[in-house]
Design a protein around this ligand. Structure first.
Ligand SMILES: O=C(O)C(=O)C[C@]1(C(=O)O)C=C[C@@H](O)C=C1
Length: 376
């Protein structure tokens, strides 16, 4: 399935001069006029930034925390833009935010992760955008649900917004990890697969929650062919009112960007492409074999399923499953495959076996008679 989004290329609305990589930067929150304008000047001076971001209205987990400076910050953004020439980007969460941001001449709007989870909120924002030609970026929802992300993009696109991008900021997870929000790269890859022309901007600040990991995640995002980065930058992160640990000074940001390796999705070199084609040819053959063997395995699983049904044996066989897990992972390890990968693969295979055998157990009498006839 492909997503039918009507979108314009990124370079028609941002980074028209083609600075690589595309970086949108600025403070997590606009705090004071001096803080915002001074940060913007330092960012502009690096020559590596394509737009200035700032949080004006901040959705916070608990009441009583700093909830953003509010509309006055839009005036400060106007001044920052006038003095530096940087286009501005702001998060909007209500129709009123949209109206105020547009009135203040904000160039790019984004829908935050806590809004993307709620189709009512997204629809309210989409309705407020109808008839307006403004770029909009949609962050992934807080929870790892690709359809919610897709749904939000569709709602905004259906409202007539064609200057559209997604922002990958990571997902909430119950499990403890080094990251503030788990990247779950597979979901971003899933979105890219559904909508290859939709630009995806990575937000390493919210993924890591830790400035020391921003370079690492930025590089990984670029290697996964994401089209840009949104990075929080504050003139003095140590005194930032929000998300102090993940903000970097404009100078530190400049260093992070300098150290990034830029790679292209493809090369125009016949010799290299021939080599690539030959290796891909080998992979095609192996993949076909893997699938063929999977199908053969599944046929045996089906036979075992019939045997279990006819003899009243449970589908799940813990001891056998445990034996398979241990034997296969140690064999795979000897062949230099990671245990995590092997376990995932085996678990996927096992749950498919269980699904198939459940189907067999639940087969009607008539279905069983037909099955016997085909095997006769
Ligand atoms: O050995 C069995 O009983 C099977 O049905 C096969 C199989 C498997 O896929 O390998 C499936 C389910 C059981 O829990 C254990 C193993």
């Amino acid at each position: 399935m492909k997503l039918n989004l009507n979108i314009q290329p990124l370079n028609t609305w941002i980074n028209k001069t083609g600075i690589e990589p595309l970086v949108i930067a600025g403070p997590c929150s606009a705090e004071t006029e001096d803080q915002l304008v001074a940060t913007a000047h330092l960012l502009a001076k690096t020559g590596k930034i394509s737009a200035l971001r700032a949080g004006i209205w901040k959705p916070r987990t608990r009441p009583g925390e700093f909830e953003g400076i509010g509309s006055i910050g839009l005036e400060w953004l106007k001044r920052a833009k006038a003095e530096t020439g940087l286009p501005t980007a702001v998060e909007v969460a209500t129709a009123k935010h949209v109206e105020e941001a547009l009135k203040a001449g904000v160039d790019i709007l984004w829908v935050g992760a806590r809004s993307t989870v709620n189709p009512f909120t997204v629809q309210e924002i989409a309705d407020a955008l109808r008839g307006v030609d403004v770029p909009v970026m949609v962050k992934n929802p807080v929870n790892p649900d690709l359809s919610l992300w897709v749904g939000a993009l569709e709602r905004i696109n259906n409202a007539g917004i064609t200057k559209l991008a997604a922002i990958h900021r990571g997902f909430s997870s119950y499990e403890k990890s080094a990251f503030r929000n788990e990247p779950m790269w597979d979901l971003a890859i899933g979105l890219k697969t559904l909508a290859p022309h939709l630009p995806i901007i990575n937000d390493p600040s919210h993924i890591t929650g830790n400035r020391d990991l921003i370079g690492y995640i930025s590089q990984k995002a670029l290697d996964l062919d994401m089209q840009g980065l949104m990075i929080e930058s504050h003139i003095d992160p140590s005194v930032a009112w929000t998300d102090a640990a993940q903000q970097v000074t404009p100078a530190a940001l400049s260093d992070i960007i300098t150290n990034l390796h830029l790679r292209k999705p493809e090369v125009r070199n016949t010799e290299l492409n021939d080599k690539l084609a030959e290796l891909r040819n080998q992979i095609d053959k192996i993949d076909d074999l893997v699938i063929q063997k999977m199908a053969e395995r599944m046929k045996i699983v089906e036979k075992i399923g019939q045997h279990k049904r006819d003899n009243n044996i449970t589908i799940l066989q813990v001891n056998r499953w445990d034996e398979i897990l241990h034997k296969r992972t140690s064999y795979a390890k000897a062949l230099k495959l990671s245990t995590e990968f092997t376990e995932k693969l085996l678990e996927l295979m096992h749950s498919e076996s269980i699904r198939k055998q459940t189907e067999i157990m639940n087969k009607s009498e008539a279905g069983q008679a037909a099955e016997k006839l085909t095997h006769a």
